[in-house]
Design a protein around this ligand. Structure first.
Ligand SMILES: Nc1ncnc2c1ncn2[C@@H]1O[C@H](COP(=O)(O)OP(=O)(O)OP(=O)(O)O)[C@@H](O)[C@H]1O
Ligand SMILES: [Mg+2]
Length: 232
């Protein structure tokens, strides 16, 4: 009888990491296109720290951040993916890793980056999960300690991707936007309301030049796509 020992990489095939499990798929090709667009936008501007956000919840931020991180690592970049959505962290479940310690432990001075990251083995992709959820989850990401931490990360990685909370629901997300060099907006094309897309754009006006682009998640052939062309 042969015993199949499930490896870490086997486990991942069951999750939403299409860029890893099906690199030849059309979806993975789309992630490579986003990756290339980021690269182009980095020619004239520094874009090492990039956050992924959206107007409201469940629009596909974590899915986009995780797959983009894998895609960048496949391109031989040294990548750190940080889960900064302390309200509803998801990166640990997408990568099937424990979340006993993570970003919150580092920000509170209880742990170091070196001791907390998970090395995925997918190229040079390291993942930093959220860590235990604090009582004030919305406020932590806007603290100066977060900015100092990101500056420290820059010394060790080519690119830092931050899976963030939504803009309209967690106000400190906009402070985090100030700490980053680039912002990717994820809109769920079937769900995001135009007025919320516009409100997001308005809130981010003070960092408008950092917005790299919009990822239209799920079905792109909708009313929203046409309206977005007018808005952006
Ligand atoms: N393109 C897609 N096609 C089908 N399902 C998707 C797609 N993108 C995301 N999903 C699913 O939608 C749900 C929400 O996605 P995800 O967790 O990435 O959103 P989120 O914006 O990070 O949510 P939150 O605001 O809670 O952090 C998940 O179950 C995910 O698997
Ligand atoms: Mg999420």
């Amino acid at each position: 009888m042969s015993i199949h020992k499930q490896t870490y990489k086997d486990k991942l095939k069951k999750r939403n990491l299409v860029a890893y499990s099906s690199p030849d798929s059309l979806i993975s090709e789309q992630y490579r296109t986003i990756r290339t667009n980021i690269k182009f936008s980095s020619v004239s501007k520094k874009r090492n720290i990039i956050m992924i956000t959206s107007p409201t919840s469940a629009e596909g931020k974590s899915t986009t951040a995780a797959n983009l991180a894998v895609s960048m690592a496949q391109n031989k970049e040294k990548v750190l993916l940080i889960d900064a959505n302390l309200r509803n962290p998801a990166i640990h479940s997408i990568f099937k890793v424990p979340n006993k310690s993570g970003l919150t432990n580092i920000l509170s001075g209880l742990s170091t980056l070196e001791n907390t990251i998970f090395r995925t083995g997918m190229g040079e992709l390291d993942v930093l999960t959220s860590g235990p959820i604090p009582f004030n989850p919305g406020e932590i990401i806007g603290l100066p300690a977060m900015q100092e931490f990101l500056i420290q990360c820059e010394e060790n990685y080519d690119i830092i991707l931050i899976d963030s909370p939504s803009i309209l629901e967690v106000t400190d997300t906009k402070i985090l936007a100030d700490y980053c060099h680039g912002i990717i907006l994820v809109f769920n094309s079937g769900k995001t309301e135009i007025k919320k897309a516009l409100a997001t754009k308005r809130i981010l006006q003070f960092v408008e030049d950092k917005i790299i682009g919009v990822v239209l998640n799920e079905n792109p052939e909708t009313r929203l796509t046409n309206l977005l062309k007018k808005i952006l």
